[in-house]
Structures are given as C-alpha cells and as structure tokens.
Design a protein around this ligand. Sequence first.
Ligand SMILES: C[S@@+](CC[C@H](N)C(=O)[O-])C[C@H]1O[C@@H](n2cnc3c(N)ncnc32)[C@H](O)[C@@H]1O
Length: 157
Amino acid sequence: MDSPILRNEMDKADPPVSEFIHVPVLGAEVVEGLAVHAGGHYLDATVGGGGHSRLMLEAAADVQVTALDQDGQAIAAAQQSLSDFKQRVHFQHTNFATFEPGSTQFDGILADLGVSSAQFDIPDRGFSFRLEAPPGYAHGSTPGVNSGGYYQPLGRN
Ligand SMILES: C[S@@+](CC[C@H](N)C(=O)[O-])C[C@H]1O[C@@H](n2cnc3c(N)ncnc32)[C@H](O)[C@@H]1O
C-alpha cells in the first residue's frame, strides 16, 4: 500500500520535473557500447530525465548530445537536470520517428525505449493502473485517446 506522503505527492496535478529523474540501468554498458570519446556527438533519442545523457556527457571531454523526447515534461526535466552542460546539449521536443538530423553525423545513437515511471505516476497522463484517472495514454504532446469506453463493457474481471 502507498504511504500517504507518497500518494499525496503523486496526486499533484503539476508534478515536479524531478519525478522524471532516475538512475539509469546499464549505464557503464551504454558508455562502453557507444565507445564514447572526447569530442564525440551522440544522439539520445529518448532522453527522459537525462540520466543516460549525463553519463555520456561525463564520460569524456567536450562530448555533445542531441537529446530528443516526445514528452514535453521529460524535456523540461532533462533541461533542468543537464543545465550544467549548457551548450553541449541540444534538446528537441519531438518523436524520434520524425527527427531530421540534417547534416549532423552522430558517433552513436541510444534509444532507451519505453516509458518513464513518472508517466505512470502522474494520474492525468492516463497510464496509471494504481491511481484513479481516465485512461488516455498521453505519451507525448498530443493528448492521448480517451480509451475508457473500450474497457467499460469488459467489467473488472
Ligand atoms: C525509459 S524512458 C528513458 C529514460 C532515460 N534514458 C533516462 O536516463 O532518464 C523512455 C522515454 O522515451 C520517450 N519516448 C518513447 N517513445 C518515444 C518516441 N517515439 N520519440 C521520442 N521519445 C519517445 C518517453 O517519453 C520516455 O521519456
């Protein structure tokens, strides 16, 4: 059962961007697999709270990261958490499927596919299966579909 304190925090309509920040899994493997090197430019196609981008930026001198996310709240969280790196991070609020790299040649690309726990924890995003809210699946800037009508005839069982 949720503690009342945690529950109250999650019930806020406008959650702090810190809810997006998480400790990345396989951080060392990501840096090693991408062979992050000084002066390299990497694409983080799903920046989320910025955990993996931070590891890349810290792994070598003068690394640049282009950081995408289709979720505006995730971009806001990453802008805050990666503010130390200033002009070494280039944010774009976009679906990676429609991203246009132009003439940029990336030295490596990371796509940590899925959802952030914050997207489950914010009731009005419509993903939560613990908190009362209409289902909607608002994953990006586009409002999610109101899919409640699909489920109601099925009943609880
Ligand atoms: C597991 S989280 C990434 C966490 C991130 N690696 C970190 O260290 O904080 C996945 C992120 O991918 C984003 N995402 C999912 N599909 C996307 C798409 N098609 N284009 C851009 N971002 C997408 C979600 O909004 C979410 O923020």
